[in-house]
Design a protein. Sequence first.
Length: 82
Amino acid sequence: MLFKIREPTVRIACWAEGRAATREEVEHSFLTGLPALEKMAREDDAYNLDTRATEELARRVVEARKLLQLKPQGASVNETID
């Protein structure tokens, strides 16, 4: 075999107040930022007379939750994400 291509590895660092963020802080930031994104997606849908923006946002939220390995809402975890 000349070469082997593997799945890419991803490392995400989340920070809060100059230090590594806890999972709880990341989850909180993620959830509190969503309403503004949802509002923009709805406005875009209304302008374009379709639902593409809200559908795309929903897909990306699922992807982001997987990538960030966020716990189910309400779970209390005091770990850092590095």
